[in-house]
Design a protein around this ligand. Sequence first.
Ligand code: 9MR
Length: 464
Amino acid sequence: MSRRARFAAALAVVTLGATIAATIPAQAAGSTLKDAAAQSGRYFGTAIAGFKLSDSTYSSIANREFNMITAENEMKMDATEPSQNNFNFSSGDQILNWAVQNGKRVRGHALAWHSQQPSWMQGMSGSALRSAMLNHVTKVAEHYKGKVYAWDVVNEAFDDSNGGRRDSNLQRTGNDWIEAAFKAARAADPNAKLCYNDYNTDNWTWAKTQGVYNMVKDFKARGVPIDCVGFQSHFNAQSAYNSNYRTTLSSFAALGVEVQITELDIEGSGSQQADTYRRVVEDCLAVKACTGITVWGVRDSDSWRSYGTPLLFDNNGGKKAAYTSVLNALNAADPTDPTTDPTQDPTDDPTQDPTDDPTDDPTDPETTNPPDPTGKCSAALTIVNSWPGGYQATVTVKAGSSSINGWRVTLPSSVNTNNLWNGVLSGGVVTNAPYNGSVGAGQSTTFGFVGNGSAPGAGNLTCA
Ligand code: 9MR
């Protein structure tokens, strides 16, 4: 090529580059899960089985799509302490090193658990077991000090149905075993986020969810070091996704902890599965403190429940409808707004889902149902949750026998808030937002707020 031709070619490349740059929108859509999630400051992760990293289909998808890695089994108690006080980190380190070499972060899983205990621990009890557990937490967290983003310090410690603790050898060492494990983990690695992780804690009305919620609330009130709660979110017919999942995430977030979706898989196929995945992602995106999502494996064939085809890639590594749906939902997220309260996001709009109504929860004694309205509208205030120094409230505004086009609700005079959504607050009166003023006859909409100080009593407010 002559010098002139080379120059012309180079100019063409530069011009083309400038044209492309000019047509890319300010916020380009991510073409991988990790890039799409990063647009709102979140991560997208997967569980990795170390022995599969030599499978190039597996490792190339994992590397391309995910930026948070959980060892599926390799950092558990049986793997890391096969005989007492004799630690083996080779499998865990293999995964950690792969993650670090590929620019990914790691969620540690799991320091203390009733399951997958090494055989020497299974038969132990009392103070010997308590010491052995604390030694394990300390030594493993010290080994990975500064290298993991978060630890599942305690896994699955709650009973499946009654809202209390699960019986286990660890539980029988005393009810304070969980907080003892958290304190040991904090001492060993002060910079790792310390999480409590469990399954069947996704549905806000379930006793197990409330049991864990009350524990976290108590830990926060007493200064037990806890930074995050992991929602495993294994969804299937027995434990189905419910639209109150968003309430669960935002309610925990309001306690001042980060919330993470840690082991997501959704049994099913096609558009039904894709739609549920979308809703889970949207729920996380609606809660500022929901910092990331991890799916429990790469391809369906990698899943612990492969018969349920619950993941985002098929057995051949092809992208499923669920993948596209997750990618699109992540790309639709608002970029992070550092000025908003991390515990509550104004885009968290319970009115988008008519079934997501905390006043429907008959098990929650703090909720009341709006009375049958006789006038233009009625309003009922519900305390969704409260904590020392604050609370979260929802107000349901219901139209009377005719439809309404705009509403005004007077808050109790004790309310002090600087974080209200789905309404406009002025001088103690909330008027509708531009998008939720029209309410059909007998229909309702809601607004919510986080209040400072003590919560007002639940009950009816003036609506006009
Ligand atoms: O996916 C893990 C599977 O390979 C193991 O056989 C199983 C043994 O307990 O653990 C699976 O992972 C679990 C996770 O550690 C905790 N939550 C439930 C997960 C699925 O069982």
